[in-house]
Design a protein around this ligand. Structure first.
Ligand SMILES: Cc1cc2nc3c(=O)[nH]c(=O)nc-3n(C[C@H](O)[C@H](O)[C@H](O)COP(=O)(O)OP(=O)(O)OC[C@H]3O[C@@H](n4cnc5c(N)ncnc54)[C@H](O)[C@@H]3O)c2cc1C
Length: 456
């Protein structure tokens, strides 16, 4: 690329490879990602985003869009292309009377949560506060409030979008309704969202995090009991299970996260205590914003990461056994548990399933639980073994799964995209892509293919 000194209409920050901040700005959450954009365009207004898109298209440079930078594949960093960095666009405006928040397209979840909390309001956002509102909401958006208020995308009333031909459009239920449908789960395929208009909800009370910890070898019966609680759990409770390594041993925690009236949340403790006699019990009470950042540190930036996910509509005994085994298929004696991937289940249901299946691109409203497994390490020499172990865990769970969350996809490629949407919705997404981005300018995402379609 010829040296860029000025981009017509662009008033944001231009960072080229020689710039002091270049390495800091191209780094994303997953430390394994090490790609070198030709230019990083830090956009501070909708007009900057328009100018950036037009510039990239006129110079034929690949476009990547960065919000929180949490895509595990590092899809927001192109090799040699233009990184459209939305992070300067992080303003959140709240109208407490109308219970609405206008959230700029480069905001992190913490900007949204912290902006709404002083008014006693919130909307569904994910569980780690340094994740981007942009990528999370466009794929669906699961969080501790989803069983009460639906996914993040179910709470968006309007999107402001810069299209592939560099125009600014609005998408609502009545304005560009086809685009509105696609943005509810279709990811970053259709344009760059510069503002989300969210519906907020009063969240009286506080939050509870309840965990009963069992030795892994004793956890099977308790986990069967946990499974039986899933269909009728109160909406304020999101049931959780994890199979992890703690103090060099495999342990299983079963419990729930509660948001709302804490007294009722504490009453539910008696139900969960019937699961069995745990080795330890932890009950923590905190504010909603504290809950939202509780997992920030263990999920911090810079370590090397690999993960797999699945959606399950039922949880059979076989699925529970595979979950507990964590991809270790041979005799576990002598296993170095510190290197075995951790696994987790998070309950769906409640308000997620109330939304009509045809209302948006998101495809798995009947999910009972989402499974995720992941591994984090520092030494590049461990890359091969770490990735293989997480793949083995994911593969052991796959026979029990019926689909996958698009935001949990990593390197699955088109097989993954086909698993993330029903075939009917995928066909509709391809039509939409042909209308809004026929040249596939926005392809660094879990990509909808306008030319060929996504079916084999
Ligand atoms: C630690 C961690 C915790 C997570 N927790 C949750 C969770 O609780 N719930 C949940 O649902 N998911 C969760 N996820 C998954 C998360 O939703 C996805 O990784 C998501 O893609 C992250 O979005 P981002 O903006 O941070 O990432 P980025 O890498 O910046 O973007 C991801 C994709 O979205 C596109 N994109 C981002 N912003 C925009 C925009 N404004 N307009 C158009 N396209 C855009 C990008 O081009 C890219 O393709 C988590 C991920 C991590 C790493």
């Amino acid at each position: 690329m010829a040296a860029v000194t000025r981009i017509p209409g662009f008033g944001g920050g231009l960072i080229l490879p020689a710039h002091d901040a270049y390495d800091r700005r191209r780094a994303v959450w997953n430390g394994i990602v090490d790609r070198r954009p030709a230019a990083i365009l830090r956009c501070a207004s909708d007009e900057d985003v328009v100018a950036a898109v037009r510039f990239a298209r006129e110079t034929d440079l690949e476009i990547a869009v960065k919000c929180g930078g949490h895509s595990v594949l590092g899809l927001s960093v192109p090799n040699g292309g233009v990184m459209i960095d939305l992070t300067p666009l992080s303003a959140v405006r709240v109208d407490p009377q109308r219970r609405k928040a206008w959230v700029a397209g480069g905001s992190l979840l913490r900007n949204l949560d912290v902006g709404a909390e002083p008014h006693g309001l919130a909307t569904t956002a994910g569980n780690v506060s340094h994740t981007g509102v942009g990528g999370l909401t466009l794929g669906g958006g699961m969080g501790w409030l989803a069983r009460q208020f639906g996914l993040s995308c179910d709470n968006v009333e309007a999107y402001t979008v810069v299209t592939a031909d560099g125009h600014i459009v609005r998408a609502t239920e009545s304005e560009n309704a086809d685009l509105f449908w696609g943005l509810r789960g279709g990811g970053g395929n259709f344009g760059i969202v510069t503002e989300f208009e969210f519906r907020l909800h009063p969240i009286g009370g506080r939050s509870l995090v309840v965990e009963l910890e069992f030795e892994a070898a004793d956890a099977r019966d308790a986990m069967h009991g946990w499974r039986d609680l899933l269909p009728d759990a109160p909406r304020a409770a999101t049931l959780t299970a994890s199979a992890v390594t703690a103090r060099d041993r495999p342990v299983v925690t079963l419990g729930y996260v509660w948001v709302g009236e804490v007294d009722k949340g504490l009453e539910y403790l008696s139900t969960i205590r019937e699961l069995g006699q745990p080795a330890a019990e932890r009950v923590r009470e905190m504010s909603y914003v504290e809950l939202q950042s509780m997992s920030d540190d263990p999920n911090g930036h810079g370590r090397r990461r690999y993960s797999k996910g699945h959606y399950l509509t039922e949880l059979s005994d076989g699925a529970i056994d595979a979950f507990l085994a964590r991809g270790v298929s041979t005799d576990p004696t002598g296993t170095d548990w510190a290197r075995v991937p951790n696994g987790g289940f998070q309950a769906y249901g409640g308000a997620i399933a109330d939304v009509g299946d045809d209302d948006g691109a998101f495809s798995y409203r009947r999910t009972l639980v989402e499974f995720g497994c992941g591994t984090a390490w520092v030494d590049p020499a461990e890359d091969g073994a770490r990735v293989s172990a997480a793949r083995a865990y994911g593969a052991a769970m796959e026979p029990f799964a019926n689909g996958v969350y698009v935001n949990a996809l990593g390197d699955e490629g088109q097989d993954g995209v086909r698993r993330a949407y029903s075939s009917r919705k995928l066909a509709k997404l391809v039509d939409l892509k042909r209308r809004y981005d026929p040249d596939n300018a926005f392809h660094l995402n879990q990509n909808i293919l306008p030319a060929t379609g996504n079916r084999t």
